[in-house]
Design a protein around this ligand. Structure first.
Ligand code: MG
Ligand code: ZN
Length: 383
């Protein structure tokens, strides 16, 4: 048998193997709207600690299928911070939010401790609706970097008061503790939010399913006293709450919206070297991505970006792994400096291909919106 015929036979065999594995009925087709010239809305989805191996693990665990395969544009970002090759989530998210590399641990501040305006704040000032949905506390490093300005990520109560200073239309996450049971002052930030006109709900009062936002009124919901549970402990709000948030925000402002979504606990499973928890968190995030991608496909005016701040755990997919039965090992219980994939769908998605600094994500989002460029050492607008 010639080498070529052997190869073809082998490919056919692999094809039939995968073919018989795929038993799911084909999903109902989505009527895709034509893609607009420029985005009206941006949805930024961050899988904390979700490096390329985590994406691969999610895909192979899920019978070789992952929502990210539907994104036409893929790029890579370099995740390092201002002072370490291996970033933490605070500096990582500040890079996306402000377009500045900063010190590990810093939230919305430059390395010389100056406040930097975040893209969420700029959106807010320009009249866009804004929202945040996470599976950590709402004051945790990743979401915090979009609205708070603190030298250290652990100043949770200060981060909570920074949030109350803003006019974020919708936020959903844990951390009620830092709003209603404070030690730095006597304030009750839940009362203050209600005083500002927010509809505020909490896990111990009503379920998020039954507590829905009212159009024209800001919305806050606390999913836990401190950190929300893991998927393995029964948490499942991220996919539905994220879609609800996009639908609410799109009706809230004629102009458009900016929504940040974080699969926060992918990172924690990596720190814990817990492969079972990791895969569950990845599946939860995958379903969330799918919901929002479908939302965007029906509209054509929404840029959807999926990325991570860094990789966590030095994950490897070991020899002996099979599709649906992976052998995963971790090399360490902290972050690594490997480049991080960026997946883009929608108007101006093409800006996100190539290899660039994590800070360029910020500049690219602004360029996608058609805003005048800000000074950057790493980024030159394509126009
Ligand atoms: Mg995070
Ligand atoms: Zn981490």
């Amino acid at each position: 048998m010639s080498k070529r015929v052997k190869t073809l036979l082998l490919l056919a065999l692999i094809g039939s193997f995968w073919g018989c594995k795929t038993t799911d009925p084909p999903p109902a087709p989505i009527i895709q709207a034509p893609i607009a010239e420029q985005p009206k809305n941006i949805i930024l989805m961050i899988g904390d600690g979700m490096g390329l191996t985590q994406v691969s693990a999610g895909l192979f665990h899920n019978n070789n299928r992952f929502s990210l395969e539907k994104f036409p544009v893929v790029g890579l970002h370099k995740s390092h911070s201002a002072n370490y090759l291996v970033t933490d989530s605070a500096a990582g998210a500040t890079a996306f939010a402000c377009g500045r590399k900063t010190l590990n641990g810093a939230i919305g501040m430059t390395p010389d401790s100056l406040v930097c305006e975040t893209i969420l704040e700029e959106m807010e000032n320009k009249g866009y609706a804004t929202g945040i949905v996470v599976t950590s506390t709402i004051v945790h490093a990743t979401p915090a970097a979009f609205f708070a300005h603190q030298p250290l990520r652990v100043f949770y109560e200060n981060i909570a008061s920074d949030l109350v200073e803003h006019d974020v239309d919708l936020f959903i996450g844990g951390g009620l503790e830092y709003f209603s049971n404070r030690s730095v002052d006597e304030r009750n930030l839940v009362d203050e939010l209600e005083g500002k006109g927010y509809k505020v709900g909490a896990y111990n009062r009503q379920s998020l399913k039954k507590f829905t936002p009212v159009q024209g009124q800001n919305f806050a919901y606390f999913t836990a006293q401190t950190q929300p549970p893991e998927v393995l402990e029964g948490r499942h709000y991220l996919p539905s709450a994220s879609l609800m948030a996009a639908e609410y925000l799109s009706a809230e402002e004629e102009q458009g919206f900016f929504l940040v979504i974080e699969g926060s606990q992918i990172d924690w499973a990596g720190h814990a070297n817990d492969d079972h928890a990791l895969v569950k968190e990845l599946m939860d995030f995958d379903q969330t991505i799918n919901n929002l991608l479908n939302f965007a496909r029906k509209r054509g005016d929404t840029l959807v970006l999926v990325t991570a701040d860094h990789e966590t755990g030095g994950l490897a997919i070991d020899e002996g792994s099979k599709i649906g039965r992976l052998k995963l090992t971790f090399n360490l219980n902290d972050h690594t400096a490997t480049m991080i994939p960026v997946f883009a769908y929608g108007p101006k998605a093409e800006l996100f291909s190539g290899i660039y600094e994590n800070t360029d994500l910020y500049h690219k989002m602004r360029e996608a919106m058609g805003w005048e460029a800000k000074e950057s050492h790493t980024y030159r607008p394509s126009r």
